[in-house]
Ligand binder design. Sequence first.
Ligand code: ATP
Length: 138
Amino acid sequence: MNKFLLEIITPEKSFYRGEVESINIPSIGGSCTIEAGHQPMVFATEPGTLRITADGASREAFMSEGFIEVRPDETLVFSQAVEWPEDINERRAAEAKERAEEQLRRNRSAAEYRLNRLALQRAFARLRVKHHNYLSGN
Ligand code: ATP
């Protein structure tokens, strides 16, 4: 399978840089797979599971809100936070979930509602990535 260069950047670091076969990324319209030769484009991503396939093996990571730029020569992913399963603090994510649910139960402005929905989405996505990769032994 043809490869392409992928770089994933957070405000703190370059999370990943290397040749990959494909990535599957959570976007607003559902998850999207990028392979070599994909049409150049930019789109927004949602908090969820990012799957990277390189050298025939796939790994999953949590990815927060961000965007992706597919270029002819490389693909760039920018996100506020990206974490491997082993770096996800389950307790912190569970507490963030409780907080977001509590805030959503209160009647807030539309802007606060959107922020709390996103916080809840991040917490669920972190817990999903942690559990899925724990159960499958990765
Ligand atoms: P919290 O309310 O717990 O801060 P959050 O979803 O608002 O959660 P982010 O804004 O996505 O947090 O991330 C802020 C920083 O904290 C990032 O560096 C991110 O990697 C880290 N972080 C947040 N939650 C966790 C977690 N459960 N495990 C590990 N790192 C986390």
